[in-house]
Design a binder for this molecule. Sequence first.
Ligand SMILES: [Zn+2]
Length: 476
Amino acid sequence: MDYTKYQIEGIIWSLARLRSQIATISSQQAETIFNVSLRDEIGKLVIKDSVPSFTLDLKPGRPSPICSPALGATMLRFELASVDEQDLSNLKVAVDQALKQEVTFEMRGHQIGGDEVLAGRAGLLAALLDVKKEVASQQAEFDGTAAEVAREIEQFANNAIPKLTKAILKPGKESSEEMMKSNPELDGIGPISWSWVDSYHSLGAMHGITGILAVLLNLQIGTIDDEIRKYYPDMAETISALCRVCIKNNGNLPMSIPPWPSDSARPSPLVQICHGTPGLLLLLAAAALNIDFSQQYYKPEWIETIYLGSQRVWDNGILSKGGGLCHGIAGNAWPLLMLHDCFEYECIPAKLLDGCSEEVKRAFLKEKSLTGDWLLSRALAMLQECSKTRPFENDEKYRMPDHPYSLFEGLAGTMCAWTEAVLTLQTRLIRLNAFERGEFNFLKDSADEVKARFRELLEARRGFPGMGMDFSYYKI
Ligand SMILES: [Zn+2]
């Protein structure tokens, strides 16, 4: 079988991810629904030894596993707890290349930035964060040589993460200074910004600033040091600059700064995770879930942006491109799902509401249009709509994605989003049941096993694929 043509790594990776999550969701419930043991069924599809090895062929400025079959297979073997020495070597070569790479590289006559999530260094950093999480959460699954190699890889990742982070932050600072010097009138460029194509800086999550910053904010306490923390004020100011642009555009985010030529010719702005407001919402959720960062730096205008941006996603986020993640409906639902937690579990400091506009205060306090319930209900409705898109349904409203079963454009990604939604719903039900039993203060009143189950479900979520998200430092 041509393994890469059908983007099978991503499909198997999503199945392996689902397999580990099903154990937490409750196999009993899954069996009742599907009349089979899903974990066993998926296990038959995902056979450890069936993942082939590829010769590592990293292209210049392209060290992300999303763009490399060899590194993608390494990440897949990690998910299946079957890594070997070749995987350690692959990661070492990729990190070594990433640390040495220039800020931009030439491709078809253009200077291309090498730090984005989809193909660049932020994608590799996210993979290293995933590796750490896998070793911690799947310890019992690794055996023999795989267990030894996994420990070596974890050590390597611990060492590489701060180095790679600094390697990404440094050119971000320099590119921004250069941009401000050459074009001081430019609106929206903060003190950290990365080059995308020539003099354009992309703002979207897959190719630009919002995605790179989201990965950097997913770094756990313990992997960051004071040298990284000293970039926090600049990161916060950059988020504020993006929010001001989004507010000025009534909740829409342009593709790039300066404006990408074809962007202004569109009848309406793009609303998708790769280009547009959903990427900024994902970043604002990542910033809130990093409690260390949010307690000090979250700003009222970020909440204003969530208010406006989530309405634009709800109004315009049902895309004819289908149900996928990168430019599809499930990708647009995902930030709303994450923002649900930020409001429901009060990760955004409540005192900031005082600095918000009367409209936002009203939305939050009276109209309930900026609450966990509002965000979750919209996310679920959007995910529900995915079931009407091709190839689920032959509805004329939606076109067939280029890769209809893949992780980033097709069913595999939609399935990952649905699993995350099911886990989120289960956390809500636990709290709701506790409340109905009269346990009004969950942390104080509920039994330890109830709180433990809540935490287990919360941490079983894996976050947006390729973003290295981790919910374990998120204290409830
Ligand atoms: Zn896309």
